[in-house]
Design a protein around this ligand. Structure first.
Ligand SMILES: Cc1ncc(COP(=O)(O)O)c(C=O)c1O
Length: 249
């Protein structure tokens, strides 16, 4: 797809946010979600890359996405992405392919699915529609961008903030068996997901096969709550933004 020119995108977005300002919820209640979309307008049903595209930006107010910690079910039956596919991009089809696993997780009493890699069904990739982080011992670990993981902007921001807050963050392959053994040794202290809508969402329970990993209550966690607070403070301009992420309109 031909990307929209950056100036069209940004100037259009600034204008739209100005127009929609009455719809922006107070920062402690929610945010204005911004969703750019590019789709084909070719007058053709042939399956081929399109020649012409329409660029839209949708906005909608939303409240805190997951306010309570989420429980996740590790799926071995379905995969969200596979090597050589589109898992590290954002076509609507990626969401479609993930819906059944999520539905089955919800039917089983969980909030969403946790995804493993397609080849070995062994390495954790993402959590629902969020990137995922674990605190193991003193270290924060998150799956490395392998081509099957969405390189989320919130993931990137959280890694930057954590490092600047003095935490060690490692991007690596994370096997589910190792997570279970870290849990058994009492070293798995936190798990959280990151994404634009959720910002940072704590994970309460992880179900894998016949094991349920019960993580400590949020009040007993340090790293996830601290980085979430920092990110929200920067987003809502309560704290200075040394990174150039925030633009006042
Ligand atoms: C599969 C998936 N992973 C992660 C994310 C989080 O990405 P971001 O932080 O850019 O919102 C999203 C967001 O839509 C997603 O769809």
């Amino acid at each position: 797809m031909t990307p929209a020119p950056e100036s069209l995108f940004l100037d259009g977005l600034r204008e739209l946010v100005r127009l929609d300002q009455a719809w922006i919820p107070p920062s402690d209640l929610g945010a204005l979600y911004i969703r750019p979309i590019l789709f084909s307008t070719d007058p053709s049903i042939r399956v081929k890359p399109a020649d012409r595209y329409q660029f839209l930006i949708l906005t909608f107010p939303f409240g805190a996405y997951y306010s309570a910690p989420v429980d996740v079910l590790v799926t071995e039956r379905y995969v969200r992405a596979f090597p050589g596919g589109t898992g590290d991009t954002k076509p609507g089809g990626n969401y479609a392919a993930a819906l059944l696993a999520d539905q089955e997780a919800r039917d089983a009493g969980f909030n969403s699915a946790m995804w493993l890699d397609a080849q070995e069904r062994r390495y954790v990739e993402e959590c629902g529609v969020m990137n995922v982080f674990f605190v193991v011992g003193e270290e924060v670990v998150t799956p490395s961008l392998s081509g099957t993981i969405l390189p989320g902007i919130t993931r990137d921001s959280v890694i930057t903030l954590l490092r600047d807050m003095g935490y060690s963050v490692r991007e690596n392959r994370i096997s589910i068996d190792k997570l279970v053994s870290s849990y058994d040794k009492g070293e798995l202290r936190e798990c959280f997901g990151t994404g634009t809508a959720a910002t940072l969402s704590h994970v309460g329970r992880i179900r894998y096969r016949n094991r349920t990993l019960e993580l400590p209550p949020v009040e007993q966690r340090t790293i996830g709550p601290a980085v979430r607070k920092k990110l929200l403070a920067i987003m809502s301009a309560k704290e200075a933004d040394p990174y150039g992420w925030v633009e006042r309109i």
